[in-house]
Design a protein around this ligand. Structure first.
Ligand SMILES: NC(=O)C1=CN([C@@H]2O[C@H](COP(=O)(O)OP(=O)(O)OC[C@H]3O[C@@H](n4cnc5c(N)ncnc54)[C@H](OP(=O)(O)O)[C@@H]3O)[C@@H](O)[C@H]2O)C=CC1
Ligand SMILES: N[C@@H](CC=O)C(=O)O
Length: 413
């Protein structure tokens, strides 16, 4: 018989309410004892006695054995999670920013206190990618993961490409539908998919990478000229995070808009749907597809984690404990499309091997190669409204680069 879960829920917004809807529609061996919210004046759909603004009223309640953390404040979420794990309560969270920024510490806290932190809902909503990476793929065989990890930016891109909508109206719709983060720059600026990529990389390769060391360029500078360029070539633009093993010991990571061709799985992933492509040595390409945002899809992933706790499930972080000697490096070049205004941008980024160039007073672009290191070092330049960058999908490195990284042990963790 599975144990009864007595839940303290933090957050009753899009995901908290989505989870509640699912729980009440089923006969599960669990009870939500109390719900913490921020604003006591807000009208609620449940009895007021269930709500509190005091975190400690939940965290110090010995009857509550499980914390479900679904708030939109990463700092407060970190404090809640730390206290809960340290005091013997298991935690389910969907807060990718909090988890990505503190994962290594949270892993140690779980080990120290024999507690469990599960977060399937934090990465690609309803897609069960973390448990698959954790349980199924051996890192020797896993070449890489990439995909669409952010529902809001994909929603915006779908509306722009398929319906000719404006960027601003599509963003407003994504916000109204509850897909966007409270600060939507996290979505459109590629931060949210970067946090998800950080977590996925920990489970894929056992690497805890500081998110600040991962390049994230988003879609906020996308202009009509870029859309027209993509359409003329029959491409769609998608925001694509990538983690890739470039040798037996080296891993690269980045988040960039990408020109996606019609034969790519990602081409038909539209609106708030996400897709994760896993490339493995023998299984070859595999593709996971599902809703990446929204109260019910995310609530379903959170409930799956809650259910797993009834059977004492915990992530083992096997690849981390294997001490596989993998290092995170930025020593590769990427082929990119770069729209720019001033020649200075090309010089500063050190664009090489330019294969295509167009220059008109109001629209200039090149297709060429740039090092990931240079993109990271010049991120401020790339945020300038005059600049838009998209990867073509070609990653360039030589045997010499790989040897040099191995010899120098260059780490960007
Ligand atoms: N929306 C989505 O599709 C998805 C969201 N997530 C993640 O899930 C989490 C929740 O997102 P979402 O439901 O959309 O956010 P919402 O903004 O809809 O809801 C946030 C909830 O958190 C409460 N809250 C905020 N700060 C505090 C605090 N300090 N103490 C107690 N309660 C607090 C708010 O209280 P009040 O009601 O009083 O304002 C509100 O109920 C975020 O981490 C998000 O990144 C993950 C996957 C998908
Ligand atoms: N803002 C996020 C919500 C889910 O993680 C997204 O749009 O994907």
């Amino acid at each position: 018989m599975s144990k009864k879960l007595k839940i303290g829920l933090f957050g009753f917004g899009v995901v908290g309410q989505g989870l509640h809807d699912i729980i009440k529609s089923q006969n599960l061996n669990l009870e939500i004892v109390k719900i913490a919210i921020k604003n006591p004046e807000k009208k609620r759909t449940l009895d007021t006695h269930l709500f509190t603004t005091s975190h400690d009223e939940i965290l110090d309640n010995p009857e509550i054995n499980t914390i479900v953390e679904l708030i939109d404040d990463a700092d407060a979420a970190y404090q809640i999670t730390k206290k809960a794990l340290s005091s013997g309560k298991n935690v389910v969270s969907a807060n990718k920013k909090m988890i990505a920024n503190h994962l290594e510490e949270l892993v140690h806290l779980q080990e120290e206190h024999g507690t469990s932190l599960l977060y399937e809902g934090a990465v690609c909503g309803s897609i069960p990618i973390i448990r698959n990476l954790e349980e199924y793929y051996d890192n020797e065989l896993l070449h890489g993961i990439s995909g669409i990890f952010n529902g809001s930016s994909n929603y915006i891109l779908s509306k722009i490409f398929n319906e000719g909508a404006s960027y601003d109206s599509a963003l407003k719709e994504a916000q109204d539908l509850g897909f966007a983060e409270t600060n939507p720059i996290l979505d459109v600026g590629g931060y949210d998919p970067k946090f998800k990529l950080t977590i996925a990389t920990a489970h894929a390769y056992g690497l805890f990478i500081n998110p600040d060391k991962i390049l994230n360029i988003g879609i906020q500078n996308l202009a009509d000229a870029d859309i027209q360029y993509a359409k003329e070539k029959n491409y769609k633009i998608k925001l694509v995070p990538t983690t890739r093993k470039i040798s037996t010991k080296q891993v690269i990571t980045f988040v960039l808009p990408k020109f996606v061709k019609s034969d790519d799985f990602l081409y038909n992933v539209e609106n708030e749907y996400n897709g994760v492509t896993v490339q493995a040595a023998f299984a070859d390409k595999q593709f996971f597809f599902g809703k990446g945002a929204g109260g019910h899809p995310t609530g379903a992933a959170v409930l799956s984690d809650i259910a797993a706790l009834r059977y004492d499930y915990r992530y083992e972080y096997k690849k981390y404990h294997q001490k596989n000697g993998l290092i995170h490096t930025d020593r590769v070049s990427l082929e990119i499309y770069l729209r720019y205004q001033h020649e200075y941008t090309l010089e500063k980024l050190q664009i090489e091997n330019i294969s295509e160039r167009f220059s008109r007073h109001d629209y200039k672009y090149v297709i060429g190669n740039v090092s990931l290191k240079s993109l990271l070092e010049n991120k401020d330049l790339l945020l300038n409204k005059d600049v838009f960058i998209a990867q073509t999908g070609r990653i360039i490195y030589t045997e010499q680069d790989i040897k040099a990284i191995a010899e120098e042990g260059i780490l960007v963790n």
